[in-house]
Write a protein that binds this ligand. Structure first.
Ligand SMILES: [Zn+2]
Length: 123
């Protein structure tokens, strides 16, 4: 039985939703890695199929979008504390920079979250 804490840990550690041992992305660093992502098709440990069907990760874009919006709002809320005006246009550049820096992480974590969302689904 996998607890919620273990599941969150596995998601952040890029581990297979089925056995918690195999890796989803081949790279060790999924956080600030701007190299081309190398995703495994199946778990190296239990053979769990990550890509359920062709175009399965299309839906992960919605997760990625949601994450980017949340990160953008959060960045705005933090950055606006350092400016006297409420809508200083310089904040847009800060948000853009933060989102560019987080883009590689968002791309990977959105796919991992998508795999975890549909881990019970078998085709
Ligand atoms: Zn596995």
């Amino acid at each position: 039985m996998i607890t919620k804490e273990m599941m969150i840990k596995n998601i952040l550690k890029n581990k297979c939703p089925n056995c918690s041992k195999g890796k989803i992305f081949n790279e060790t660093n999924i956080y600030l890695n701007f190299r081309r992502p190398k995703m495994n098709n199946r778990c190296s440990n239990c053979g769990f199929n990550y890509q359920k069907e062709p175009g399965f990760f299309f839906g992960a874009m919605y997760v990625s979008y949601g994450l980017a919006v949340a990160q953008g709002i959060l960045t705005y809320l933090i950055a606006s504390q350092f400016f006297s005006e409420r809508f200083d246009l310089r904040i847009i550049w800060i948000i853009a920079l933060v989102l560019i820096l987080l883009s590689s992480f968002n791309m990977r974590i959105s796919r991992i979250l998508w795999i975890y969302l549909f881990k019970e689904y078998r085709n």
